[in-house]
Design a protein around this ligand. Sequence first.
Ligand SMILES: *Cc1c(COP(=O)(O)O)cnc(C)c1O
Length: 352
Amino acid sequence: MPRFRSFLETMAPYKPGKSVVSSDGRSYKLSSNENPHEPLPSVVEAIARAATEINRYPDPGSAKLTAALAERYDVPAEHVALGAGSVAVAQQILEAVGEPGAEVVYAWRSFEAYPLLVGLAGATSVQVPLKDETHDLDAMAEAITPRTRLVFVCNPNNPTGTVNRTAELRRFLDRVPDDVLVVLDEAYREYVRDEDVPDGLDFYRERGNVAVLRTFSKAYGLAGLRVGYLIGQAAVAEAVRKTLLPFAVNHIAQAAAIASLAAEDELNVRVEEAVKERDRVRDALVAQGWKVPPTEANFVWLRVGDRTMEFAEHCAAAGVAVRPFAGEGARISIGDAEANDTFLTAAAAFLT
Ligand SMILES: *Cc1c(COP(=O)(O)O)cnc(C)c1O
């Protein structure tokens, strides 16, 4: 029998969002926070062009995409590091800081990938319970020990959609020792409309130990191609480049990301639409009698508790796939208006 790392025995594998089909053939996937739109024609064109070149290895340093991101955010190119999705970038960071005895602090419940990636990096998770569905930053600061290497702050938080605002984050960062890296996971940054929610890049500019994680998977609609990035000070970005699997960010993904940055105005129209739909869905749920935390992301969170799996099955019967966390609640992505309406009808029926 081959011998494996003991972590694998206790590790619950990552559960991706499912698709479901109702008995009358309806299928709405609101389980993975995806962008419901197909890629823009200009992006498809860039992908088609890049497809004719894939007999060659991709540019391992993604120089053009790195330069485009550096220009977009007005940061030095050395401060940008890429990965095959921001999940992969998070793994690269953890590979860079993780070893037996190292601790990684993050809120819980938060992004499902954190515990897996921390464990795979040989480090130890320190989970700090949410307070009112939001990161409890005071408790997180208190959870930091001399063994802490990294803190994730997911803002807005997946799966609750809640945010931490500028003043409290600054107070928190003031309490974090300089040798602890704080990674602000801003996968949903483009959907934030609350002006008191900081752009994490402002903190990165002020502090050597703060880095920002972003992705092309959500607002930019490239989930299937896998591109994410970190912006951090030179030493942090360099560590993330060192732990990148060679050629992990493929040629087509690089081309599509560059084309998406060039089409940002067009993509923003879609994001604005999603924000309007999000607010409409939340208002409708509240009117139905649900308690829904305010959300700044492209999803809503319902703390259904013990009936969570029953709720997910009820939605599935209507053709709507949601993301249930057994015993806790369900996260429902914002889709197009038809998908959202179908979900709202199912949610209302569940309460009666
Ligand atoms: C979706 C998501 C990501 C990004 O995933 P990709 O690997 O870039 O597709 C990162 N962090 C959080 C919190 C997310 O919800």
